[in-house]
Design a protein around this ligand. Structure first.
Ligand SMILES: [Mg+2]
Length: 185
């Protein structure tokens, strides 16, 4: 049970604009084209499941290998994987993911969207203290996008991911973003 996520679901009900992503792309392969126009971004928080990896796996989806390499070259030591699965338990998966990707995996007990203080603590060691210079990339609105909006960090929402999910939350999130974006036009 994601207590942080549940509490923040109610925040979104009160303030629906928290669910509007700063940028939207269909897949992880499209992320570099957005970042190319954002020189103020110096660090990336990257979600794992259905963002750069198939749900439940701990490696980069082979089709995204070039994009992954490109981002690692552009943001050396400033690319942090923040997953609500891998890295939340002491089960060895974070170490496997780090070895497979060459990137750091945040160890955290509070799940997204509540773990931004842990993220800031990590990046402060690399000289990055301004949330607006950290982009949050992920496929989930109520965790990834809301975490960005709650902390003044721009979000890049990966709307389809590796596989378009028909899970009830994912269908609801796609409907919600579509509705809010039309309403705000
Ligand atoms: Mg995800």
């Amino acid at each position: 049970m994601n207590i942080s996520g549940t509490l923040n679901f109610f925040k979104v009900l009160l303030q629906p604009s928290l669910a509007i992503p700063t940028y939207s792309v269909p897949t992880f392969d499209h992320v570099p084209s957005i970042l190319a126009n954002l020189p103020e971004i110096h660090a990336l928080v990257i979600d794992k499941d259905n963002c750069f990896a198939i749900d439940g796996t701990d490696s980069v989806y082979p089709k995204y290998a070039d994009t992954w390499k490109l981002l690692q070259t552009k943001y050396p030591n400033r690319l942090l994987i923040v997953s609500n699965s891998t890295g939340t338990r002491n089960d060895g998966r974070a170490e496997i993911l780090e070895s497979n990707t060459g990137a750091a995996v945040l160890r955290h007990t509070t799940k997204k969207p509540g773990c931004f203080p842990d993220i800031l603590q990590y990046f402060s060691k690399h000289g990055i203290n301004n949330p607006s210079s950290i982009a949050v990339i992920g496929d989930r609105v109520l965790t990834d996008v809301v975490m960005g909006n709650l902390n003044n960090a721009p979000s890049i929402w990966v709307s389809e991911g590796v596989e378009l999910s028909n899970g009830i939350f994912q269908v609801f999130e796609r409907w919600l973003v579509n509705y809010l974006q039309k309403k705000n036009k």
